[in-house]
Design a binder for this molecule. Structure first.
Ligand code: CO
Length: 259
């Protein structure tokens, strides 16, 4: 069952989304050679608590940290550790909070210092694919219209789409129906309605689409060791169109232009 959020519930999800956005912005400022993903994790948790929210991932299925930090060939769900990030790495940071019982969930991939042209292009195209998906989040469209738009943008740039992991509905639970794959056929999947809230989260690889899980039980890496990027937003479907609840301030110019 796909839940429809009331205006009061959406208001809480807006707060959750904006707390996530502001904390990700703060973390992005800290990402430099020498900082560790565990440092970022501790900072995220502290900021969440200061704002009267709970870090959403901590305790989820036994996960022990507040962020997921996925470096280079790691696709998603990397576990924070003490190893310093290095110049030229890319790091995906995924973070969520709970505010008054409602979840917000967002991710971005960042350069550590100066990165290769290939890494820069991968990150740019994956973020664009997220926006292509978001633009399909209108009442009357179907879930896989989002999936299709993401896939087309990524494959059009000759990247491959990870299939084992998908976006999701979100609300009083982190993962609700529907699943939101990053590949699919136009006009299929559930019909979108105003009041649905979904997390759209493209994952793109430079090489092949295959992934494997590391023995830590969490980290997903590309099978061929190629670079991977991940971007995610929590998006409300409204009768005026998609509302990106986790929009960061540096993205607001983009959002304004699309109106
Ligand atoms: Co998510």
């Amino acid at each position: 069952m796909i839940t429809i959020k009331s205006e009061q519930e959406l208001e809480k999800m807006r707060v959750a989304g904006q707390v996530v956005a502001q904390i990700l912005e703060e973390l992005a400022r800290l990402v430099k050679p020498g900082i560790s993903t565990l440092d970022l994790d501790r900072k995220a948790e502290k900021l969440a608590m200061e704002r009267g929210t709970l870090p959403a991932f901590k305790g989820y299925s036994g996960y022990r940290h507040s962020i997921c930090a996925s470096v280079n060939e790691a696709v998603v769900h990397g576990i924070p550790n003490k190893q310093p990030l290095c110049e030229g790495d890319i790091v995906g940071i995924d973070f969520g909070v709970i505010y008054e019982g409602f979840y917000g969930d967002s991710a971005l991939t960042l350069s550590v210092g100066k990165t290769s042209g290939e890494a820069d292009r991968l990150m740019r195209v994956t973020q664009e694919a997220l926006y292509c998906g978001i633009e399909q989040a209108w009442p009357g469209n179907h879930v896989h219209d989002i999936s299709h738009a993401v896939q087309k943008h990524l494959e059009g740039a000759s990247y491959s789409v990870v299939r084992e992991l998908v976006g999701h509905g979100i609300g009083r639970r982190l993962h609700e129906e529907p699943q939101v794959p990053n590949y699919g056929r136009l006009g299929t999947g559930a019909e979108l309605q105003a009041g649905m809230v979904i997390a759209i989260e493209p994952m793109a690889n430079v090489g092949g689409p295959a992934v494997r899980f590391l023995p830590d039980g969490w980290t997903v890496v590309t099978r061929d060791g190629s670079l991977s990027a991940h971007f995610e937003h929590t998006v409300a479907v409204t009768k005026e169109g998609p509302e990106v609840l986790s929009l960061r301030s540096e993205e607001k110019e983009w959002a304004r232009k699309r109106r």
